[in-house]
Ligand binder design. Sequence first.
Ligand SMILES: *Cc1c(COP(=O)(O)O)cnc(C)c1O
Length: 395
Amino acid sequence: MTNDARRWHPDTALVHGGTMRSAFGETSEALFLTQGYVYASAEEAEARFLNKSPGYQYSRFSNPTVTMFEERMAILEGAEVARATATGMAAVTAAILSQVSAGDHVVAARALFGSCRYIVEDLCPRFGVECTLVDGRDLAAWEAAVRPNTKAFFLESPTNPTLEVVDIAAVAEIAHAAGARLVVDNVFATPMWQKPLTLGADVVCYSATKHIDGQGRCLGGVVLCSQEFLDKHLQVFIRQTGPSMSPFNAWVLLKGLETLGLRVERQTDSAGKVAAALKRHPKVAKVIYPGDPDHPQADLCTRQMVKGSTMVAFEVAGGKEAAFAVENALGIVKISNNLGDAKSLITHPATTTHQRLSEEARQELGIGQGLLRLSVGLEHPDDLIADLLGALDRA
Ligand SMILES: *Cc1c(COP(=O)(O)O)cnc(C)c1O
């Protein structure tokens, strides 16, 4: 079953991958809302704890509904294994902390999701793991940052919120030459449009909160890696520190995966149309969209991504005041910092997701006061375009 599943098209894997049926033969994946498992005998319990008998022990370690989600994600991503976590941040934290010790060094791209940047910039150094931040687009900077004790590279591509693209294959090569592993946060690309493991990455993380749920309900995360990385680093870290995904959330996310391909395809097509319409408005100073031939790294986008993105970033002339006026004039598009949702959501990164950074750090990342980040949803693109252009006209 699993071997066949590995040859399926993504659309098929999203619906059937990892499904395990109980004795009742239910059509839809069962929700095993249980903390623990009972054993037929004391001997069986002993064997289970000695790892001599297969089966579940405790849902902090694993749970059948969570297993189905992990298996479906691993098939989709083309990874040997997956481990689900309670949130995307739990996934990133586990992927990085599980493989480093005091005295190690991490190199990360500067343009990271705010909390990811906290992990490498603030948390790691508190435990003796030094971190160097680089411009992810600058391959020479990655190379120059390497030290004898460098253990991990970390990046996201496209980046939040400026949708810059990092050359994953080239950075993976530099990491491997240095004896380090590359960890990629693939949230903005989605599992549909970019396969970092194929490009040479060693570990991939997702916030399942975003496109994988895609309907604004549950938090979740997942780490995808080799069996070896799981056995050596990740498994024991997750089992003993406990950032486990709840079975209920795994069940919701399994249902989310069934429609992931359809949603992301539609949202990406709409995002392309929205980006093209925004470009023509006189109050829009700049539009950044990875599927656009005018994107500064259009060639790289084509090389490493199947399609653009469900995200569009645009700069409103007139700074914060103008950007706020546009947000406040919108009707269909909602003001929210989440993304990947069925509902179109807009945020002003300088005062929300990237408020924690200094103005200087924001400048460095190209996050101006007029920048807005739009997550395109499932509404009709014409309605979204009318809403956005109308808000720009009125603002
Ligand atoms: C949202 C997000 C995260 C964190 O995920 P949570 O589920 O909110 O913990 C990490 N990286 C990126 C790129 C994100 O967009």
